[in-house]
Design a protein around this ligand. Structure first.
Ligand code: GAL
Length: 590
């Protein structure tokens, strides 16, 4: 397979060219220079002094990293397999690269009791109600000691229902006893599954919450991984990570005959697409879990590279799932690429998002914990090598001008380039870069944010729309923006969950807007939040369409980054089209 090609050719873009125009320029013509009026004097780069931020406190300040038995061993896993995996995590360099948790998945527990079976299946719990283990796991406490002795941590798996998906003992009605048993064994991480359980949403929420409380009551620090197969708003603040999708398979892309096309469910691309919709919710101690890695389980190393890049740019937990005893050197290098891992583990904790697609190429970007720096991944989902694609700095939420580019798979500095770069990506492969340039120029005077460049925009359905409502699918598909019958020529049309971040650079004093469900919305409900550098400045409470419009008028004195966040209010993301009408910042002249 040919390595990805990257050419850095200087292109000249006006800083005033809008994002949509740039997208058009790149989509229709790979050389945006042909649309540009000529070079402009951009002045010195603008950088903020509040980055890098310190690592957050808590159990998972960055996405958990480790290895899990399920993808390669399934229900047949043994304690010896876990010990062997732990040994290789150390000897292969994975531990040094950050892999910490060694997670036993389904298969360690005694078979779920079935008195009707012939011969009957014996009791799955002892006389004190503690779960019995399968014969292949004679002593989990001893296993925990072994793993801890290597400087690693032990994870275990259970289920909120009567039995696990593999028909082993489940935790229903035994939540406290099980949590205490895991703590007594020395377990550090629990993945909690969703099989054989009451499907009532309230029961589900209560059962997941009960296990969180039971784990806390043990007094042991145990990371809680919610495995409910889709995103649930109640999981925020409950788990340190939560699955957003159904199970992953070692298949990079679907095929055109599938209703979801190349982004078919369960595939790497399908999971990335679904997980992207929840980007606004990710952050330190609460990560969207795009499921375990299939790196090393494809025929093709390029697919593993692209998969690893996507998970890193999405700040997903990195839980390897390959059989480490047969790991190739190429797979080892992919899993231990510390430059890619650094993107995943970046302490700022923002989940990267899809910023544009051009044909079969998808461009993803993630702001990093250093002013003026973004990670970029360009993935080719097609079967043909891509034509070259040009990505401008402004599309990454940076300012036009000079930026230094580093290729994170080639481990090579590519030098300084102006305004944009052009890459060619082979089929099912990736180009992953670190771009260090300038933050966008801050607003001066009274500025309508509907027209101002953002540095980050995550949205539940389709892209954030400028000066129109969200149509929940393609760019520009929304109706004119309108709240409670009042039209707004300017604003932002979003679909919860959404997060749009603007750089104010401490130059602004007030933020005003009119917010509400858009008149194009259905019966959904959302909550608007205005944050300045992580601090909540204003919240709307739950808003439905019948509640009409609310006015926001808050001080943003001293704020470096303003975040306009819309969360869905617990009834799912459907029809949650929400609008920021006339979002204006009042700023100083300089
Ligand atoms: C599924 C879960 C998988 C794996 C499996 C074990 O429900 O999503 O990740 O844990 O159960 O039976």
């Amino acid at each position: 397979m040919r390595p990805p090609m990257l050419s850095l050719r200087p292109v000249h873009l006006s800083v005033l060219v809008g994002v949509a125009a740039l997208a058009l320029a790149c989509g229709g013509n790979d050389d945006p220079a042909s649309h540009a009026p000529g070079p402009v004097d951009l002045g010195p780069p603008e950088l903020d002094d509040d980055l890098p931020r310190p690592l957050a406190e808590g159990r998972a300040p960055t996405p958990p990293m480790g290895w899990n038995s399920w993808n390669s061993f399934g229900i047949e896993v043994t304690a010896d397999d876990i010990k062997a995996a732990a040994d290789i995590i150390v000897s292969s360099g994975m531990k040094d690269a950050g892999y910490e948790y060694v997670n036993i998945d389904d298969g360690w527990g005694a078979p779920h009791e079935n008195p009707d079976a012939k011969p009957p299946i014996p009791a799955e719990r002892d006389e004190d109600g503690r779960p019995r283990t399968d014969a292949d796991f004679p002593d989990v406490a001893e296993l925990a000691d072994y793993v801890h002795g290597l400087g690693l941590k032990l994870g275990i798996y259970s289920d909120r229902g009567t039995e696990t998906c593999g028909h082993r003992v489940g935790s229903q009605d035994y939540t406290e006893i099980d949590a205490q048993t895991y703590a007594d064994w020395g377990v550090d991480y629990l993945k909690y599954d969703n099989c054989a359980a009451d499907e009532n949403e309230e029961v589900k929420r209560m059962q997941y919450g009960a296990m969180r409380e039971a784990l806390d009551a043990t007094g042991r620090d145990i990371v809680y991984s919610i495995c409910a197969w889709d995103f649930n708003e109640w999981g925020l603040g409950m788990g340190q990570l939560w699955r957003t999708t159904s199970d992953i398979i070692p298949t990079f892309a679907g095929d055109a005959s599938d209703p979801m096309g190349l982004e078919a469910e369960h595939t790497i691309l399908g999971i990335a697409k679904q997980n992207n919709a929840f980007a606004a919710y990710a952050g330190p101690n609460g990560w969207n879990d795009a499921d375990m890695l299939e790196v090393g389980r494809f025929g093709d190393d390029a697919e593993s590279r692209a998969h690893m890049s996507l998970w890193a740019i999405m700040a997903s937990p990195l839980i390897a799932g390959n059989d480490l005893s047969i790991m190739s050197e190429a797979t080892r290098e992919i899993l231990t690429n510390t430059e890619v891992i650094a993107v995943d583990q970046d302490a700022l904790g923002i989940q990267g998002v899809l910023v544009k697609t051009v044909g079969d190429l998808a461009v993803w970007a993630k702001p990093l914990n250093e002013s003026g720096v973004r990670a970029v991944a360009i993935v080719n989902k097609g079967l043909e090598p891509s034509p070259s694609v040009t990505v401008s700095w402004t599309e990454l939420g940076l300012r036009a001008g000079n930026a230094e580019v580093r290729d994170l798979w080639q481990h090579a500095d590519l030098g300084t380039t102006k305004d944009a770069f052009t890459a060619t990506v082979p089929s099912h492969d990736v180009v992953m870069l670190r771009v260090a340039g300038s933050e966008p120029t801050h607003p001066k005077g009274n500025v309508h944010l509907g027209d101002f460049p953002w540095i980050y925009a995550a949205n539940g359905l389709g892209p954030v729309e400028r000066n129109r409502a969200n149509g929940a699918s393609a760019a520009g598909d929304g109706m004119p923006l309108s709240i409670a019958g009042q039209p707004f020529a300017q604003g932002l049309g979003v679909s919860a969950p959404s997060s749009v971040i603007f750089r104010l650079a401490r130059n602004c004093s007030r933020f005003t807007a009119t917010v509400g469900m858009d008149d194009a919305a259905g019966q959904g409900s959302v909550e608007f939040h205005v944050l300045g550098d992580g601090e909540v400045l204003w919240e709307s409470g739950i808003v439905k369409k019948a509640d009409g419009a609310q006015s926001v008028d808050v001080s943003v004195e001293g704020v470096v980054r303003l975040k306009l966040l819309v969360t869905n209010a617990g009834d799912g993301p459907a029809l949650d089209r929400a609008s920021w009408g006339d979002p204006i910042v009042e700023c100083g002249p300089g």
